[in-house]
Design a binder for this molecule. Structure first.
Ligand SMILES: [Zn+2]
Length: 232
């Protein structure tokens, strides 16, 4: 069984969803991670060099859980509502046929996060449309979409929690591969990114009575209502 996680920037999935991806991996799911942008405005060096650094970091992180990473290469702050991007995402979904897709919450403040969230949501109908022209057959079942928490949890109210107490270390190991962004958080936000992410998981865990958690929200539309739990 396959799980697909689609993030706008190279470290987004690690910040809000990697504990859950690691948990799926423990259960022998195949994990696919998609990075839509190239992270060029990662702020530690000029864009061309930054892209190479962030690409290397992202592949190193995915390797920790033996996930397959797809690098789409759009520019940071360059994602707009665009049929070509949606078609590319539809093709990825039809190829992988995941049971679950994880992406950004639509309430996110970052325009790339917001646009990825909207595009992924709007890819669900095309991925089950059997007569759509595509290299891949349609998904038999519509994948179940979950939105992961915004970076600081601002404006995000989880509906379901995943216990990541035994995968927190893996999550932090993945995040630690994004060395350039650890530097950015220290320099521009005066905080340790690893500590912040651990504290967020600790707070989410406290709110549901476990040690460490990640939180998710569902898309409430036709095709997305289920009677079973599909998060790990
Ligand atoms: Zn981001």
């Amino acid at each position: 069984m396959n799980i697909l996680a689609i993030g706008a920037h190279p470290d987004d999935l690690e910040i809000s969803g990697a504990g859950t991806l690691a948990k799926y991996r423990q259960k022998d799911y195949n994990i696919y991670m998609v990075c839509v942008t190239d992270g060029r405005y990662g702020r530690t060096c000029e864009p061309k060099k930054m892209i190479e650094i962030r690409k290397t970091e992202a592949f190193e992180s995915a390797a920790v859980i033996d996930a397959e990473l797809r690098w789409m290469g759009y520019s940071d702050l360059g994602i707009e509502e665009n049929l070509a991007l949606r078609n590319e995402i539809v093709e990825i979904i039809r190829e992988i046929k995941p049971e679950v897709i994880i992406t950004h919450d639509p309430s996110s403040f970052n325009p790339d996060h917001k646009m990825v969230s909207k595009t992924v949501s709007e890819s669900l109908i095309p991925c089950i449309t059997t007569t759509l022209e595509s290299k891949y057959s349609a998904c038999e079942k519509m994948p179940i979409l979950y939105f992961m928490s915004t970076v600081c949890g601002t404006g995000f109210f989880p509906e379901q929690y995943v216990d990541i107490s035994d995968t927190l270390e893996t999550k932090l190991e993945m995040l630690s591969k994004h060395k350039s962004q650890l530097e950015v958080y220290t320099k521009y936000e005066s905080r340790d990114l690893l500590k912040f992410v651990e504290a967020k998981a600790f707070t989410l865990g406290f709110s549901c009575g476990i040690k460490y958690a990640e939180g998710f929200r569902k898309l409430h539309t036709w095709g997305q209502n289920i009677s079973r739990r599909v998060l790990p």
